[in-house]
Design a protein around this ligand. Sequence first.
Ligand SMILES: Cc1cc2nc3c(=O)[nH]c(=O)nc-3n(C[C@H](O)[C@H](O)[C@H](O)COP(=O)(O)OP(=O)(O)OC[C@H]3O[C@@H](n4cnc5c(N)ncnc54)[C@H](O)[C@@H]3O)c2cc1C
Length: 318
Amino acid sequence: MNPERKVVCGGLISAETLRRYPFLEEFAIHHINGAVVSAGGEEIVVKRKNVAVVLDRTVMFRGMLERAASAGAELHFRRWEGGDGYLVGADGATSSLRPLVTKQKVSYVLGVQAELPWEGEEDLVRVDFGPWSDVFFGWVIPLGNGRAHVGLGLSLERSSEAKTRLKLYGKYLGLPVERFEARLIPVSPPLRRVAKGKVFLVGDAAVHTKASTGGGIAYGFRGIDLLVEAVEKGDPSLYNRLHRVSIYPRLFLHWLVHRFYNSVDLPSLLRSVKELGLEKELSKRGSMDDPLFLLSPVFLKLIPRTFFPSGRTPPGRP
Ligand SMILES: Cc1cc2nc3c(=O)[nH]c(=O)nc-3n(C[C@H](O)[C@H](O)[C@H](O)COP(=O)(O)OP(=O)(O)OC[C@H]3O[C@@H](n4cnc5c(N)ncnc54)[C@H](O)[C@@H]3O)c2cc1C
């Protein structure tokens, strides 16, 4: 781990996550009041005051290291080369410790992002589905200083097109793209097992990422909470069970949402959201982190209206 590293991340977390982990306020740089979601010329706007916060992830990384050190952790800035005792694998998306815990295959999306000048709405994030992203979407996360994180997710087969695709999205937004950075995001069904023997996975290593959006901060912290709970109860192996009961079902739903938006006609889905008056419902009841709200009848009625027969590619998606 390099303490000087720049973290490539949108930095967006929900207000729910901020309430759970109030110390994150220290790294907050901007507050968000909603989102614009678009696909094929259709657009919905979901608004709720202070629904999310943008964190400075690079400052947060250093701040968390300092917190760990002042809580008594010994920091070693080198690759792990084996040893005795318990081992917490917090080694990111391509974790080299994950294979010690599970043989489950993990798939990835390439997260491509640039920081660009932004003159659009400062308090709304954008989620734009379109030809720039084959399995995900484009995003704009305003930073509150006339700049924004502008990014998109791509399948690994399309990774060589990262620059062209980001330029295409930039053109759609009216922004010139020169430089960009890219990192892997685990976008996969959740792991059934996150611990084995003395090895415990957390964060991206544990695939504690929401497959619907690629966000990994919220469940990364929740996984750590569960591991702490298991240790405090004197039985670290309890971590697997706690993960299966509280994180697994929610992450599995995020995976289903990812599969859903890749198999439906998104413009007609957004049209249905408007026709059924669900923009208001989303503003009131929607959650960035916990997708259980989608199982209420009011949202389930979207499924029969928009579902495509399997195997058919929705218009506008390559
Ligand atoms: C473009 C992009 C945008 C994103 N936007 C958002 C967002 O807006 N909101 C959100 O919630 N999430 C977002 N994410 C996801 C989020 O960034 C990750 O989920 C989160 O950073 C994962 O944290 P982590 O600590 O598990 O892994 P990492 O941040 O990858 O940290 C792993 C650390 O382990 C170190 N390491 C690796 N191997 C070893 C080893 N062998 N020995 C010692 N150290 C090692 C690495 O150097 C690194 O410091 C985004 C991701 C990308 C790529």
